[in-house]
Design a protein around this ligand. Sequence first.
Ligand SMILES: C[S@@+](CC[C@H](N)C(=O)[O-])C[C@H]1O[C@@H](n2cnc3c(N)ncnc32)[C@H](O)[C@@H]1O
Length: 301
Amino acid sequence: MITDDKTPIISHQAEGTGLDLEAIRARLIANQDQLKLPLGETLNLLDQLAAFELGRFLLRHRGLNGYWTAYLILQGPHRQDLSPLEQWILHRAPVFRATRERFFIFQRLIQERLRPDMSLASIPCGLMDDLLSLDYSMTPNVRLTGIDLDAETLSQAQTQAAAKANPPAVSFLQRNAWQLEVMAAFDLIASNGLNIYEPDDPTVIKLYRQFQRALKPKGVLITSFLTPPPVLTKDSLWKDTPVEDLRQQAAIFGDIIGAKWQVFRTEPQMREHFDQAGLDVQDIIYDSQAMFPTIIAEKRG
Ligand SMILES: C[S@@+](CC[C@H](N)C(=O)[O-])C[C@H]1O[C@@H](n2cnc3c(N)ncnc32)[C@H](O)[C@@H]1O
């Protein structure tokens, strides 16, 4: 494993001094004029969030690591013992519904493209469910590479990979996605959960260039992006999202948590960024809420 401690993990804040609920409460009271919901309701949601582990992780880290991303997509929704707010977050929060739908779109697209002898990468891999959950029984000699900056996440992904009955060859690299230093190695890269944390356009284009260089000629990148919500633009594509769910989502992830994943881009912006990175867009598949589309692109040339 190669360690790069200099670059921060952008998806979630590193361990701090702990969860300071009083400081969050004071901030909400100070900004009560700008809250999406009345102060009393907002403070009540804060108390409810602090009562379950996912809520506490979000309050402390303002984002999701590999473990909690996997939990909200695969394990959490099957639990029967959820508090009402965790139940709402896992089953109704529009952005998490979209996250789950996107996961299954990725799964289908990657499965369809699997061929014998392929080399696939997941960057950032998190627990690597995107690749580890696929069926490799008809595609011998596939090699998988998981790349992530978080050592704890990589160790959990390693444990998951080892527990698979007939796993393909899997290796892991602890590396910053902006400094991959990998050339023409992969037939396919799956990437979910980095660009939504990075607001600077030249910086995300650099990330796509890294992916482009790491792909073999005609290699395929499958990634995702969050489209702008109705509060940011009248041209928002979001649909089938009940107004009360949108308001509660904005209160929880915006006002209370201040989630870092709130970087939104339009399809034309994504096409422009990919073009600058030497990637030709083949298709864009929208989820049912048009919130978290999947973009498929091929390495140019
Ligand atoms: C929201 S999770 C997504 C994980 C996985 N792709 C998925 O969809 O389940 C974000 C992941 O990005 C990783 N990460 C954050 N900053 C990174 C960086 N600069 N380079 C590589 N990985 C990074 C985190 O450790 C975390 O596993």
